[in-house]
Design a protein around this ligand. Structure first.
Ligand code: AR6
Length: 178
């Protein structure tokens, strides 16, 4: 799938039209990628977030990007890992889908995701990668927009887990297309 790629980097530097924020349900900032995005975007972002009334886990809300290179931020609260039998996978898939639906509705062509829920929220990385990749690939298969989606992993180790999971899930598909 040439509309999708996995890379290592700092998502606050992304040149995508929209970046995704692994937020919490208050949408009022926090640590991890949320803190980094708010620091880079400046106070305008928090001011807009205050008007949104929070966001449910698995849903998404859109704001401007303020001082970020990105024009938009898609804020989505991921599930907190509670052992895996509390609906975590369905909620995590819903985060990715909700962001992509919102992006499509706004005509956004390029979206970069961080690895939602795999930091403070404790979702095991390999399991989160499988959910994330399936949600993204399923969406791209059925929709022309966004034209390009990337997973921006913060570390090479995380990117390697995403690459291995991608190869495991989609290597067969590549072979079929040849
Ligand atoms: N660019 C890309 N990825 C990053 C960056 C960055 N600049 N910084 C961290 N990551 P986390 P969560 C990765 O903890 O688990 C906040 O307080 C990081 O390595 O940011 O969804 C919110 O307010 C990890 O793989 O988000 C919530 O309360 C991934 O981003 C809570 O944390 C997600 O880690 C959300 O927890």
């Amino acid at each position: 799938m040439d509309r999708f790629s996995i890379l290592v980097g700092d998502i606050t530097k992304s040149d995508a039209q929209a970046i995704v924020n692994a937020a919490n349900t208050t949408l009022l900032g926090g640590s991890g990628v949320d803190g980094a995005i708010h620091r880079s975007a400046g106070p305008g972002l928090l001011a807009e977030c205050r008007t949104l009334g929070g966001c449910e886990t698995g849903r998404a809300k859109l704001t401007g990007g303020y001082d970020l290179p990105a024009r938009y931020v898609l804020h989505t609260p991921g599930p907190i890992w509670r052992g895996g039998d509390q609906g975590e996978a369905a909620l995590l898939a819903s985060c990715y889908r909700s962001c992509l639906e919102l992006a499509e509705a706004r005509g956004v062509e390029t979206v970069d995701f961080p690895s939602i829920s795999t930091g403070v929220y404790g979702y095991p990385l390999a399991q989160a990668a499988a959910v994330a990749l399936k949600a993204i690939m399923d969406f791209l298969r059925d929709h022309a927009l966004p034209r390009r989606v990337r997973m921006v992993c913060h570390t090479e180790r995380a990117a390697e887990v995403y690459r291995q999971t991608y190869n495991m899930l989609y290597a067969g598909e590549k072979a079929e297309r040849l």
